[in-house]
Design a protein around this ligand. Structure first.
Ligand code: SF4
Length: 577
């Protein structure tokens, strides 16, 4: 629990009493939702992490809102609690999860998978869908994991939502009235965008464990699940509830666009949310106008500065005296005009993903912003008196050599010099932060076939980065934990074997690595390069982007060739028809 305030954090005095803690949370919330208590079906949506993290997740809040707007279902929220010894209760009504008819899990991060098991175990709910009869609630999952690669957790869920909730929920709710659990599962396949994992067998090669030979659909289940998209008029969302206790304290997250046209080859969000859809400006402006005095607008999107109406939106916020913040920004989108608007709202920190200083690797990942461009942007940011800059980098990218790392190190050194000299002119200096994470190959990206580098090599690389950068003044170096990256990589391209290992690790209270070994697998088999012809666990999803296109992009990537961004009339990836 951390909260920056000169006053003591009120959560500290009640942290051991879940009822009092939840009273405090509810008291702090401003919600635009009306009470749907009359609805005859009772549901709970679970975020498998803390209240603070869940309440900063726009997808979770959006799903909670849509379920409550269904008219037939009232929905409470639940989170991972510090103390699970007395089970898990909902925030609103303090009912145990097991007492609900429907449990929706909102899944955003692979590293939360073990928390799903903690929650089910605390409620004495069997982990696997096949072991739960009609006396248990229908347990479902949505969120980005459900349509990226659901397989490592698929056997846990009765149903998974493949696509954007706005597109799937209306038909799903229509379909469940007067049906029992098995009837809902069986008929869900007719709704579209819903995956019933029990309708599929995943068969593996005999002599090469962890290589799929076939995905077999049982009778009545489609061969693949077609992902569903919200139509262009419905992509807008904003925080249904605002609270000071979310990680984004008192921020109303306002979606200004969904999808990204850039095609960075490591970025799963960039591919699975294609095509780029911008929110209607009027909706955004209306939401800004309705903000309370102590609230801030948090503009959300994969490349907020890419949005055609962003300057108009920022100018409107300033004119109406509403403060705003922006999620990640691309360097090549910054100009005097938008930097001026950013400065005026009082933003003191700009965060950007550079990924690498190596021109070769920039081409590999298809994010070719020149180092010169980056350095100029840094100078302009400081000139505007925005004093802190946070930069994200990756290491462990395919084909990365020592000279590529040296190029990143040299770029950071140059940025630091420019940062210090530009700050001297302003007579005040903030903090330059360089944060490094290992490259994790993700499903539905052109780099999905590449391996996750082994931990020994990654450790050497992280030491090399640290040794070369740690002594530089005014530079804060963060190297994100390698073990967390390993867990993410283990699940990101995992199959149902990974769910066995997850359950084994949880039940025996051992690490994933130990569980892999004790189940007689090799760790290397889970982080390896995948064959271009191989059946991939996430082939079960029809994402719109074709495998053929991803493979073409992969080939261009390893030949260090660039691909231009989405353009009018383009039909190349399979999403736009
Ligand atoms: S078809 Fe072309 S424009 Fe449409 S999402 Fe794919 S790359 Fe972008």
């Amino acid at each position: 629990m951390t909260k920056n305030s000169r006053f003591p954090d009120p959560r500290l005095s009640v942290k051991n009493n879940i009822n009092k803690l939840y009273d405090l949370y509810l008291k702090s919330e401003r919600s635009r939702l009306s009470n749907n208590a009359g609805a005859y079906l009772k549901a709970v949506i679970v975020f498998p992490n803390s209240y603070e993290v869940g309440m900063s997740n726009l997808g979770f809040l959006r799903a909670y809102e849509l379920i409550n707007l269904s008219g037939i279902m009232s929905c409470d929220r639940a989170f991972l609690q510090d103390d699970l010894s007395k089970g898990v209760i909902s925030l609103e009504t303090r009912q145990r999860l097991i007492s609900y008819d429907f449990i929706f899990f909102s899944l955003s991060y692979e590293n939360d998978f073990a928390n799903i098991l903690s929650i089910l175990s605390a409620e004495k709910i069997p982990f696997l869908s096949k072991d739960r009869d009609t006396s248990f609630p229908l347990i479902m999952a949505g969120g980005v994991i459900a349509f990226l690669n659901p397989e490592p957790v698929a056997p846990i869920f009765d149903l998974m939502f493949v696509g954007e909730a706005e597109a799937i929920f209306p038909d799903f709710f229509k379909n469940i009235e007067n049906k029992n659990k098995y009837e809902i599962i069986e008929s869900a396949v007719d709704v579209g965008g819903i995956y019933a994992p029990s309708g599929y067998n995943f068969i593996y090669e005999k002599n090469t464990p962890n290589v799929l030979s076939k995905i077999k659909n049982l009778s009545g289940f489609p061969r693949r699940i077609k992902r569903k998209w919200a139509d262009e008029k419905n992509v807008f969302s904003s925080s249904a509830i605002i609270t000071e206790f979310s990680e984004l304290s008192n921020i109303n997250m306002i979606e200004i666009e969904r999808g990204c046209k850039r095609g960075c080859r490591f970025c799963s969000a960039g591919f699975i949310y294609l095509p780029l859809r911008e929110s209607k400006t009027e909706e955004v402006l209306k939401t800004i106008s309705a903000l309370n005095e102590d609230e801030r607008a948090g503009f959300v999107g994969l490349g907020t500065m890419d949005s055609g109406n962003i300057n108009e939106i920022m100018q409107f916020s300033l004119d109406s005296k509403k403060r705003f913040s922006l999620s990640s920004i691309r360097f090549d989108c910054l100009d005097e005009n938008n930097l001026g608007l950013i400065k005026e709202t009082g933003i003191k920190t700009i965060t950007m993903g550079i990924e690498t200083g190596s021109p070769k690797l920039k081409k590999l990942i298809n994010k070719d912003i020149s180092n010169e461009n980056i350095i100029n942007a840094v100078k302009n940011i400081i000139k505007m008196d925005i004093i802190n800059i946070k930069l994200y980098f990756m290491f462990g990218l395919p084909y990365e050599k020592k000279e590529d790392m040296d190029e990143t190190i040299n770029l950071i050194k140059t940025i630091r010099q420019e940062f210090v000299s530009a700050s001297k002119i302003n007579k005040r200096i903030g903090m330059l932060t360089a944060s490094f994470s290992p490259f994790v190959p993700k499903a539905w990206t052109p780099l999905q076939w590449e391996n996750f580098e082994d931990l020994t090599t990654l450790r050497k690389k992280s030491n090399y980065l640290n040794d070369n950068l740690k002594r530089l003044p005014n530079l804060n170096i963060i190297i994100n934990p390698l073990n967390e990256a390993f867990t993410e990589a283990f699940f990101a391209r995992g199959s149902r074997i990974n769910s066995n290992i997850l359950i084994h690790a949880f039940t025996k209270k051992i690490s994933i690595k130990k569980a892999v070994r004790s189940e007689n697998y090799n760790i290397a088999d889970f982080i390896r390069k995948f064959g271009a012809e191989e059946i991939l666990p996430w082939d079960i999803i029809d994402q719109g982007v074709t495998k053929k296109y991803l493979l073409e992009e992969y080939k261009k990537s390893v030949n260090f060739k660039l691909t231009p961004q989405c353009f009018e009339g383009c039909k190349r990836c399979g999403v736009c028809r």
